[in-house]
Design a protein around this ligand. Structure first.
Ligand SMILES: [Fe+2]
Ligand SMILES: [Fe+2]
Length: 348
């Protein structure tokens, strides 16, 4: 017997095969099935219903004259909503069906609410990510405004770093984080005095030491804890996991470390250096060499490749130098495409 909810209409079918065909046509709100039927049994029909995601949560009542405990257990274990002994009291069956419908309505409501919440949560996460990206980029621009490395340097380092991250097989989400956070590698230069940052000649040892602190300053800006007065304004929600900011902090802190441990600020080496910082280190040097700076001209492609290749295993991670060599054509294309050359002003 089948019950259609709206009119409580019962549809009688002779066996499990016809029942299944009728179920697939749709519009069935509950199944009341005999345990023993010609062909497939009620238990088999029940199992098919429970295995089909399409009929998830469909109330399924099993009826039988056999009141043995074993049948009761098997039917409930197979996912029967209820197990009723024959002869079945019609009023009792109707009452149980009504309960099952109320329960199903509630489950459907919860499901709808859950998916609505999931959509809203996904929207909120997207907004949060956008806000993080926006803030990081504006912070990079603020640092760039004080730096002598003007032009598209920071944007190019982002694009080059992503290419290298892709070449060494980092997952796409991580590649994206590297693209968006590597422009912040020198954010700590905000804290370096102009007299050092803009000094035309070579730096003396003390000035060099101060200049090197742009790594730790950058790391502290990005990884530092918020002042208590700000955190106390937050709600009780657990702290969000700001993966973008953590990645940016690791890059700012470690992009001048060397594979052989002779870099700064911490003298860490090999895989102790976060992979994102090892990548930015190659991308940053490549861009610095290939472009003119106030104190030097651009280095040729061949000479740049030679310098970076010679740094493999000492200054740089060999794996990333290999990635650099494998992608050199694309790197050069992007270098050209994102060059700092300004178009000539149009004559009036
Ligand atoms: Fe730097
Ligand atoms: Fe740089």
């Amino acid at each position: 017997m089948w019950a259609l909810r709206t009119e409580w209409e019962g549809i009688y079918v002779p066996d499990a095969e016809v029942a299944w065909a009728r179920l697939e046509e749709g519009q069935i709100d509950a199944v009341v099935s005999d345990l023993n039927m010609p062909g497939r049994s009620g238990i088999e029909l029940l199992k098919s219903v429970r295995e089909s995601p399409r009929f998830k949560g469909l109330p399924f009542f099993l009826l039988t004259g056999n009141s043995e405990v074993m049948f009761r257990r098997v039917s409930l274990e197979s996912g029967a909503t209820e197990y009723l002994a024959k002869p079945c009291d019609f009023k009792e069956l109707t009452a149980r069906l009504r309960n099952a419908f109320v329960l199903k309505d509630l489950q459907d409501e919860i499901k709808a609410e859950k998916s609505d919440l999931e959509i809203r949560l996904a929207d909120r996460n997207r907004d949060l990510e956008r806000a993080q990206r926006e803030l990081l980029f504006r912070l990079a621009k603020a640092a760039e405004a004080r730096d002598v490395e003007v032009g598209n340097h920071i944007a190019r380092v982002g694009v080059f770093s992503r290419m290298l991250a892709e070449e060494i097989g980092l997952e796409p989400g991580f590649q994206r984080r590297i693209l968006l956070t590597s422009p912040l590698h020198d954010v700590g230069k905000i804290g370096i005095p102009d007299s050092i940052l803009r000094k035309p000649g070579p730096l003396d040892p003390e000035e060099r030491r101060l200049m090197e602190t742009h790594t730790t300053i950058g790391g502290q800006i990005l990884a530092g804890e918020l002042p208590r007065v700000l955190t106390s304004l937050e709600s009780d929600e657990p702290a969000a996991d700001f993966e973008f900011i953590h990645t940016a902090a690791r890059i700012a802190m470690s992009h001048h470390e060397r594979w052989d441990g002779k870099g700064y600020p911490n003298g860490i080496g090999g895989e102790e250096i976060p992979v994102e910082a090892r990548i930015v280190s190659v991308a940053d040097v490549y861009d610095a060499l290939r472009n003119a700076r106030p104190y030097k001209g651009p280095v040729s492609r061949e000479k740049t490749m030679q310098i970076i290749s010679e740094g493999a295993g000492s200054q740089f991670d060999t794996k990333i130098v290999d990635a650099f060599k494998a992608r050199i054509e694309e790197l050069e294309t992007m270098l050209e495409f994102m060059s700092d050359a300004q178009p000539e002003p149009v004559a009036q």
